[in-house]
Write a protein that binds this ligand. Structure first.
Ligand code: NAD
Ligand code: GLY
Length: 360
């Protein structure tokens, strides 16, 4: 088992990565503070993994909430079901919430934990590649609003992250590829050597080679933990983790939540950010080609949806947490392996990217 640390002073916590971890009772117990435990999962994951987790929790008074599955259910209304269960079970603020699922369950479970009685401990058990390499680490929690993605939320760190690579066996290929989008992101923003490794090993990852997957999860989590430890609440460098996300969130919101997977929208958005970085004179044509080729090899889309024209993109991108004084701010690439901090977009170049990149 790999044991990484997210170093955040008295809020530090371990990320456990390995095989079969969800069935190890001794991983849970040091992180559970009272005998009250609420397991939050969804209707797809429950039949697959709920029993394995419950088997580790015999000694606790364990309740469950099984939420509907899908990004469209990542709402305040659905989170209320978690509060209903906590209150009707008379759970106190020392009860522990366990979020078992992908990024949607992790974000909603974490948000419920942040709010319930102003904060209860919670554990992340990420079950998608995307959640194992990104969303379960770092304490960003929240829900969507019809006017903008992840607009309601809190920074709230888990007690630990248990990333069991074996649960990825039941993940479908489209979801695996979506996770690879966030893996590729780390290579692009701060780890050129990892980007090259990904170019060489993308087939092995798609074929679910266990060693390759374990390496990619570990290297991604090391990158994420370093960034979060340096800038927990995104006053600086953490924003680089949002490469491609301003375009991507616009695609997710504009197309309707659930049509594009988050990772798919990020892949397209990252190609748009790369195109804009080339127009700024930073990336070469060859760099942009390398980036697009890797996303394509990872079986991810690289062109924006035709129905979202430049005007609609601009409208949607104007609702973003990185924006300030009404100006769109973006993360761009100075080179493969080095991202900028959020910078005001040059309107003419941005419009050129939105009108030209990936359009017929
Ligand atoms: P998801 O949570 O919707 O999971 C994808 C699908 O896979 C769902 O249908 C789910 O039920 C199913 N699933 C999950 N685990 C499975 C398994 N082991 N076997 C079979 N099916 C399984 O999507 P996601 O890609 O994990 O997460 C996307 C969400 O994460 C978005 O809402 C995004 O905004 C958020 N996110 C948050 C952060 C953060 O820092 N908090 C970072 C990146 C993304
Ligand atoms: N996924 C972006 C972040 O955690 O900051």
């Amino acid at each position: 088992m790999i044991n990484l640390q997210v170093a955040l002073g008295n809020r530090s916590y371990p990320i456990y990565i390995g095989s079969g971890l969800i069935s190890h009772a001794d991983l849970y117990s040091p992180h559970i503070k009272s005998n009250q435990v609420l397991l939050v999962t969804n209707e797809t994951i429950a039949p697959l993994y709920l029993t394995s987790v419950l088997n580790c929790l015999h000694e606790y008074n364990c309740e469950q909430v099984v939420l509907p599955d899908g990004e469209q259910f990542k709402t305040l209304e659905v989170v209320t079901k978690v509060f209903d269960k906590l209150l009707s079970s008379r759970f106190g603020r020392n009860a522990t919430l366990i979020a078992l699922g992908g990024g949607v369950i992790g974000d909603m479970g974490g948000f419920a934990a942040a709010c319930y009685q102003r904060g209860m401990p919670f554990l992340q058990i990420p079950t998608t590649l995307l959640a194992q390499v990104d969303s379960s680490v770092g304490g960003k929690t929240g829900v969507n609003h019809p006017l903008g993605k992840n607009m309601i939320g809190a920074f709230y760190q888990p007690q630990c992250v248990i990333a069991d690579a074996d649960v990825l066996d039941t993940l479908d290929d489209r979801q695996l590829s979506a996770g690879l989008a966030e893996v590729i992101k780390y290579g692009l923003i701060r780890d050129a050597e990892f980007f090259t490794w990904l170019e060489q090993n993308i087939e092995a990852l798609l074929n679910r080679d266990k060693q390759a997957l374990a390496f990619a999860i570990e290297r991604s989590c090391i990158n994420k933990a370093e960034v979060v430890s340096e800038d927990e609440t995104e006053t600086g460098i953490r924003a680089t983790l949002n490469l491609g996300h301003t375009f991507g969130h616009a695609i997710e919101t504009g197309a309707g939540y659930g049509k594009y997977l988050h990772g798919e929208a990020v892949a397209i958005g990252t190609c748009q950010a790369a195109d804009l970085s080339r127009r700024k004179g930073w990336l070469t044509d060859a760099d942009v080609e390398r980036i697009i080729t890797l996303f394509k090899k990872a079986k991810l889309p690289v062109n924006p949806p035709e129905e979202l024209d430049a005007e609609r993109f601009l409208e949607l991108m104007s609702v973003d947490k990185k924006n300030s004084e009404g100006k769109i701010r973006l993360i761009l690439l100075e080179q493969i392996g080095r991202a900028t901090l959020p910078m005001k977009a040059n309107q003419d170049l941005l419009e050129m990217t939105l009108r030209c990149y990936g359009r017929k």
